[in-house]
Design a protein around this ligand. Sequence first.
Ligand SMILES: [Zn+2]
Length: 474
Amino acid sequence: MSFRNPSPHFTLAHQPRIHELMPIFLQNLAITIRGLQIARVRYTSHFRRTLEELERSVHGPLEALHELQRQRLVGLVDHARANVPFYRDLPPPSDARDPLEAIERTLKNIPPLDKNTYALQPEAFRARNISRRRLIRDVTSGTTGTALTLWQTPERVAEKYATVWRQCRSFGVQPRDPHFSFGGNVVAPRSQTRPPFWRRNAYGRQTLFSVFHMSPANLPSYIDAMHRIPARYAQGYPSALHLIARAMLDAGRPLPRGRFAAVFTSSESLLAFQRDAIEEAFGAPARDYYSSSENLVAMSECAARRLHLDMEFGIAEVEPEEETDAYVRGPLLLTGLGNEAAPLFRYRIGDIGRRAKDPCPCGRPGVTFLAVDGRDDDYVVTPDGSLVGRLDHLFKDQVDVAEAQILQETKDAIEIQLVPRPGYGDDSRERLLAQIRSRLGDDIGVTIRRVEAIAREPNGKFRAVKSRPGRKLR
Ligand SMILES: [Zn+2]
């Protein structure tokens, strides 16, 4: 099982070999068999039990969630001290009676763990009392940065899918409902030039659309297929779902309202303008989900558009950099609750969270985040050395731009590649330039280049900013 694409929904990991000479029905068969194998790993009795528990605990009381967190944290610290070489000298967990106090004291005694520290010695984090043969091992291969070796127990994997399905089932969607996927899998040979650019996992009742063939010339065939093939929900990368949503709206062919229960996005931040287009085109609410390859925490977005930490599954602390009455913002420190295979405490994942101070208006108790940023994109560096992140606002009001990507080789200049929509003209260009100048200043060189399509990363993800001087460790 691979966690290379942390898209939690039904990613078909370890590709079946799609050979371009293979007839499409055989490709579909290979994908179906893989779908069956994956379902067997994920949807186990442990999955069903955990999902039942999660659906009970979601409405609180909050004290019960804190007590559950305390128990799981204490158990994990004891386990790490006994079985994990890196944590052999960890202080014992706090025995304070109040759960919140116990959690806080226990964590305070553990220094934060940097990604690099882990990446250089992953073996030191592997629990010695669990047979290697029982573990699911994966090596992530990001587009940049260091490869990470990760271990999980099968139970931990099932628990993650239980958090995914708690969110899905709140929309009345069930695991065997027909659905569309727009994830990172290579489902059609890259050399293919004619539809279908999708394949069928008949077992999972899943239609997998290729995110690598979404050029303007091919998109009409996607739209036809989406109108024709039955589905109750869609899931995938927001960038890909946004692109198809835009194309549907441009063609005047949104999906009939009510046909889809929801659209579930993951792996990249769901940006406001993407959400608007997706909800309009699919006629259904879009909901984000946050997790990472390390599988330490999960967060599920609610109707109030906040990310709820799935507290049964992990702890997310914020290293405060900015604080207001409404939120505290800073790098996230993640502690997984339950991965006995390789416990990680206070892991500095590299993402920035904005944790809300007030209870969520949706009524679900517990920790919520207003946003988690920086999952995939680099910063733009300005000539004076400032780092500028979250540049999605640049394109927010650019309704005549289908997609755009910022490329930066040196800190003196950027290039913007954009895919224009009908209506894009000199005015649009001027508006965009004004937006850029207001955020990046007048000293940086800006080139705008119109392109047919923007290339995806090898894992199918879209990166809004690719900057050599502003690259982050991934
Ligand atoms: Zn909420």
